[in-house]
Design a protein around this ligand. Sequence first.
Ligand code: ADP
Ligand code: MG
Length: 232
Amino acid sequence: MRLEINNVTKKFKHKTAVDRFSMVIEVNDCVGLIGPNGAGKSTLIQIIADILSADEGYILLDGQKISTKKDQIGYLPQYPNFYSWMTAFETLLFMGKLSGISKSHLHKDIPLILEKVGLEKEAQAKVGTFSGGMKQRLGIAQALLHKPTLIIMDEPVSALDPIGRREVLNLLKEIKKETTILISTHILGDAEEICERFVVIKDGQKIEDATKTQLLNRSQESAIYLTIRKED
Ligand code: ADP
Ligand code: MG
């Protein structure tokens, strides 16, 4: 697995949301994409997930266009949407069928995936009864359904209470042992626990690609670092 983001630009009318952005993600990397609200994280992630198209630049997965490699990418949106009246099992069955996975594979794999995300006891519970952390873990289960080689998650813990945040961070620590991860957040502390490499984005541009130690030693007075360091 090698993801190459090359000089990607995306404009919305006159707003440049992503500005000549490049980076490479190698197999087993765990990359935190960090930047304040409005920095361009969700836009970039949606381009990688092939939901939005870039105006300029390109993205390659193992040397090939991302549109032909979609099944190798698991994507967790910033605001995952579920039907509250479906059970956890039905949700994964429904989503799995939508993405073209066979029924027999789904019936075999869904119990295993629910166990992996710690929702095996809630398989038959309606999603409407789930906490924020449980919904997010179901979203992660959905992203893992087709066994992707790269999983990209957009602010997976930003909207959670401390308990939900802890549950999801612990799960991500397990997932990163076997999958390459890109995780976005506007709070450095969220990514700090799981990733070793941080890419900082501001006004759509990459301003940093650094290790944890390097980033923590950056100039304290810089407004951007203060913003991403604060707890909320
Ligand atoms: P982040 O996820 O880092 O908070 P986004 O990628 O959501 O940032 O947004 C980057 C910039 O692009 C923001 O200024 C936002 O208002 C703008 N933007 C994002 N999506 C749209 C859209 N669909 N139409 C117009 N502007 C958008
Ligand atoms: Mg966002």
